[in-house]
Each structure stands twice: as structure tokens, then as C-alpha cells.
Design a protein around this ligand. Sequence first.
Ligand SMILES: N[C@@H](CCC(=O)N[C@@H](CS)C(=O)NCC(=O)O)C(=O)O
Length: 346
Amino acid sequence: MSASAGRSLHGMSRLFQHCNQSRATLFQCRAIITSTSLLDSGASEIARVSNKNAALDCRRGLHSQHSFLKPLTPLRFPYRNTCSHNKTSFPQRNCSIITRKMSTVHLAKGSVCPPLQDGKLRLYNMKYCPFAQRALLIAEAKGLSYDIVNCNLKDKPEWMFERNPEGKVPILETNDGKVLYESLIISDYLDEIYAQRPLQSKDPYKKALDRILVERFSGVISIFYKILFSIRDGQLDATKEHIENFVKALKPFEEELTKRGSLYFAGEQPGMLDYMIWPWIERIPILKSKVPDLFDYDAAKKQNPHLENWRQGMKKDPTVAKFLISPEDHLQFVDSFLSGSPNYDL
Ligand SMILES: N[C@@H](CCC(=O)N[C@@H](CS)C(=O)NCC(=O)O)C(=O)O
């Protein structure tokens, strides 16, 4: 690093040591940062020398003040996965400690919403949210160009409410100012607007039958969360009953696959129904780990052979594989969530 860069860096560290987390701090910081390398090393230096809050704020600021940084270093938005999941062609050298760390950073209150990128859809997400995963799966399956902004749902950014008054993800935002929320509505909209790889049957009756199954699956979803909360509250009897109901609620899906005689509900490739129910099937191993004595997962697989084949097939689907999170990571997140301090940035 050059002597002048070192001096600037020193100044920046001092700035963070001596001032609070106000926006003014970030603006002053911006004025000091003058090169990409200084930016990278500067932020780690801040993290080292300044207190935790200032470092956090700097990370948020560096991230959220994206427009300012754009000409210097094209920072990635917080994608669901790590650097490898990157829809843009940013040079590898920018995959620094900071960008790697920030690849799943969930923006919180006080952050600035990153500007939309030309020609890209925007999906507001939370890495472990199964509803948001639905929208990601559809955007990805259809080969759309999109970016992802992860949101901290415990300390929500103000700009989330401007887009969804309920403050929930997923949210879709388009370049021409359209905003939608609710996972099923976003998914249908994307499928309808973009002609490539239609994910629903053209036959209105078949489409309606699939929609009935999506509706029925909301029963599975609600039992899934009942199980998690009863585990947290130590209610063994309730957990046992919910697990039985959970297994029962999956039965119509086994029957439907048997009737359809195809690997996926949509045929040879997954379609809308497949993607709408997948996120919770991906999370079933959480239940097995949490209550191994109450939930015999292996027996459930044997009782539902078509559903198990489907599950294996789904895991191999490139769209599903892109967003697949390991059972261990899910478990870690669920533990943090149940303890009241969800760790989104795992
Ligand atoms: N019905 C909504 C549910 C979305 C939802 O509950 N998302 C959760 C995260 S998995 C959320 O944003 N929670 C924030 C909150 O409830 O405050 C959908 O299908 O999109």
C-alpha cells in the first residue's frame, strides 16, 4: 500500500474510533476511500481497530452505499449463496474478504437499499426463508436475470416496508417500478410475464388441480412450524401428534405422484407445483435431527416411495441444486431462530 493510502487508512480508522455510527461518518469515510485496494484493506483495518458497532456499520455502509462504490469496485449484492453464486461477471479480484463476507449479508435497519440494476429483476430475500426460496426457484428455472437483496428480518430495513407493508420476504421489484409480494403471487406473475419455460400446464383444468395441491400443501407448512415451536417449548406430546399429522398431510402428494406416473408432478421436469412445495421438503431432515425418537424418517420414506424418488430427483435438478442448503446449515439456522436470535449470515 502506498504511503498516501496508508495515511488515508490511518485517518479512516481514527474516524471510526472517534465518531458514532451516524450517516455523516459514512459520508466522511467515502471521501477518504480512494482506491479499490484501499477500500478492501481499509475495511478490514476498520474491523480490526474500531469497535464492533463501527465495524458493522462500516460493512453495512460499504455495502449499502453501493452507488458510491460502483465506479471503484463493483460490489456484489448479498446473494443467497457465496461468491460462486453470482449472476454478474465481476472480476474475481473483487471476491475479497469483504465481498465474501458480504455475499449473504442481510441488510438491516438504517441501511440504504441498493439501487436496481439495469435490466435485472430484484428479489428481496432472507437466506433461510422457504417462501422466498419459491420465488428464487421460479426466477432461476425460467433463466431470468435478477439480483438478490437479503434482508435482516429481526431488524428490518425501513425500505422493506415501502415495498411490502407487512415487512415480509419475498418481494419482487422490477426495473419499471412494479412491486409484488407473496411467494405464490410472485411465482405466478413471473411465469405469466416471461414466456420461456412455462412452468404451469396450458390446460386450465390441470393447472387448477395443481393449484389445489399447492393449497393443500399449506397444511403441511403449518404443521411443520407447529412441530418446530412445540419442540422449542418442550411439548413432547404435541410434537408427537404434529409429526403424525405431518406424515399424514404428505400422503396426498404420494398418491398424486403414483397416479401421475411421472418423476415430477409436472412430468419429466419440475414445474410450478414441484417448486412451490420443495422448500419444506428440503427442510424435513431438520425434524429428523430435532426429534429422532418421534420421527422415523426412514420409515416415512419407505411408506412414500414415489415422493422419495421425487425428492431425490429434485435434489439433482440444477435449479434446486443452486439454492440447496445443507441439513446442517438449516439446523444451525433453526436453532438460532428458535433461541430468538436468528443468525441470517451463517
Ligand atoms: N405468505 C407469505 C409468507 C412470507 C413469510 O412469512 N416470510 C417470512 C420469512 S420466511 C417473513 O418475511 N417474516 C417476517 C415477519 O413475519 O415479520 C408468502 O408466501 O410470501
